[in-house]
Design a protein around this ligand. Structure first.
Ligand code: 13P
Ligand code: SF4
Length: 366
C-alpha cells in the first residue's frame, strides 16, 4: 500500500526531456557522471535496457545488486532497476546515502501480488490451522513491508540464485515454509530439494484460503499465489515447438517459469546462472532462452558465435523495467546536479529495521 502511494507521488518527467536526441542525452549523462565521480553509483539490473546499462557502474542480478548496495559508500545511488530493488538498496545503505529510482512507476507486478494486509490476514489463518510450525520466506521481489513481516517472524529473503540454500536453511528452523510471493520459484525450488508436489499447497490471498486436496498435515510448503507476468509467458507449447522444429537447440529458463516449463527444459536457473551458462557454452551451440527480453537480446549481441533465440518468439521486455529509460536517467542526474533529489526511495525506518533482519539472514548465508 505504502509503495503504491509512493508510486502515485511519482515526480513526472519534465517536457523538456522528452524531445532530446539520444546523442545529446548520452553526452549530458556522461558529463554529470564525471562531475560526481565516486559520490554517485549507478547499479543496473540485467533486465534493463542498453540505453541505461551503458552507464551502469555495476550490472548484476537481484542478489549481486543487493550485495553491491550493502558494500557501496556513494552519497547518491541512482538505481536502474525496479522499485523493490531500490527499496532493498535503501534498507542496506547508511543514512547519509540517498537512493533514487528515476521513474517511480518502475514497479514489479509480482511484488504487487502480495500485499501486507493480505499477508497478515493469511498468516493469522495459517497459524490457526498449523500452529507455530511455519517459517516465512520471501523472494526479494516483494515490498519492504513484506520483508519486514518476514524478518519479524524469524524468516529471510531469498533470490533466485540462493533460493535452494535458503529453503534448506528454513527447514532447519520450522517444519513448514510459507513462500512469498512467487509460487513458481517456490515450487521449482522445493521440488529440486525433493519435496513432492503433493506436499505443496497454494495460498489464495484473494479468497483467504488454501488450495489443496489431501491431508493438510502433509503440507510442507505453502506457496503464495503470485507469479511473474513476464516469465509466465513462456509456455509448454513454446518448448514443444522447439523440440519439434529444432531438437538440437538447448532450452534454458529462469525458475520464475512454471513447473511444467522448467520440467521440460534442459536447464533452469537464476539470471546469473543463465548468463554464465551461455558465456561458457561452446561456439556454434544453439539455445532457446526463457527469460526477460532485454537480457536475451544482450546475450544474442554478446555471443555472435552462438545461435540464440527467445524461447517465446513473441516475447516483450518487462514493461516496468523499461520505465527506466535514458530521459528519466538524465533528468534524475541533472536534478542532482541542480541540488534537487527527485523520486527518492526512502523506506520507513521501522519497516526498514525489520526488513533488514530478513535481508541480513540471507546475506549472512550466501
Ligand atoms: P534475479 O535477478 O534474482 O534472477 O530475478 C529476476 C527478476 O525477475 C528480477 O526482477
Ligand atoms: Fe517483476 Fe517479472 Fe518484471 Fe522481474 S521480470 S520486475 S519479477 S514483473
Amino acid at each position: 500500500m505504502l509503495e503504491l502511494l509512493e508510486r502515485t507521488r511519482n515526480q513526472a518527467l519534465p517536457e523538456i526531456y522528452k524531445d532530446l536526441s539520444e546523442a545529446e542525452m548520452v553526452e549530458r549523462v556522461k558529463s554529470v557522471k564525471e562531475k560526481f565521480g565516486d559520490r554517485l553509483f549507478i547499479p543496473g539490473h540485467h533486465y534493463q535496457k542498453d540505453e541505461v546499462m551503458q552507464f551502469a557502474d555495476a550490472a548484476g542480478d537481484s542478489l549481486q545488486l543487493a550485495q553491491l548496495s550493502a558494500a557501496n559508500t556513494a552519497e547518491y545511488i541512482v538505481f536502474c532497476g525496479v522499485h523493490f530493488m531500490a527499496e532493498t538498496a535503501d534498507i542496506l545503505t547508511n543514512d547519509y546515502q540517498q537512493v533514487i529510482l528515476p521513474d517511480m512507476r518502475a514497479g514489479c507486478s509480482m511484488a504487487d501480488m502480495a500485499d501486507i494486509h493480505q499477508t497478515e490476514r493469511g498468516w493469522k489463518l495459517m497459524q490457526e490451522s498449523f500452529g507455530d510450525t511455519i517459517l516465512p520466506l520471501t523472494y526479494v521481489n516483494s515490498t519492504a513491508a513484506i520483508k519486514a513481516f518476514v524478518g519479524e517472524n524469524g524468516g529471510a529473503t531469498v533470490t533466485s540464485s540462493n533460493a535452494k540454500q535458503m529453503l534448506e536453511w528454513a527447514f532447519t528452523q520450522k517444519e513448514r515454509i510459507l513462500f512469498l510471493p512467487d509460487q513458481h520459484l517456490g515450487r521449482n525450488t522445493a521440488y529440486e530439494l525433493g519435496i513432492p508436489l503433493e506436499n505443496m499447497a497454494v495460498w489464495n490471498p484473494i479468497l483467504d484460503r488454501l488450495e489443496y486436496e489431501g491431508d493438510t498435515e502433509n503440507i510442507q510448503v505453502i506457496l503464495w499465489k503470485g507469479h511473474c507476468s513476464v516469465h509466465e509467458n513462456f509456455r509448454v507449447s513454446n518448448v514443444e515447438q522447439i523440440r519439434e522444429t529444432n531438437p538440437e537447440r538447448k532450452v534454458i529458463v529462469h525458475p520464475e517459469c512454471s513447473r511444467e516449463v522448467v520440467d521440460l527444459s534442459d536447464y533452469a536457473g537464476s539470471t546469473k546462472y543463465i548468463i554464465d551458462t551461455i558465456s561458457k557454452a561452446p561456439a556454434g551451440s544453439k539455445w532457446a532462452i526463457g527469460t526477460e527480453m532485454n537480457l536475451v537480446k544482450r546475450l544474442i549481441h554478446q555471443h555472435p558465435d552462438k545461435d540464440i533465440v527467445s524461447l517465446n518468439p513473441y516475447m516483450c521486455p518487462c514493461l516496468t523495467m523499461n520505465r527506466i529509460d535514458l530521459p528519466h536517467l538524465l533528468w534524475a542526474l541533472e536534478s542532482l546536479e541542480r541540488g534537487k533529489v527527485v523520486n527518492r526511495i526512502k523506506v520507513d525506518p521501522h519497516i526498514a529495521r525489520k526488513a533488514n533482519l530478513a535481508l541480513n539472514r540471507m546475506l549472512a548465508r550466501v
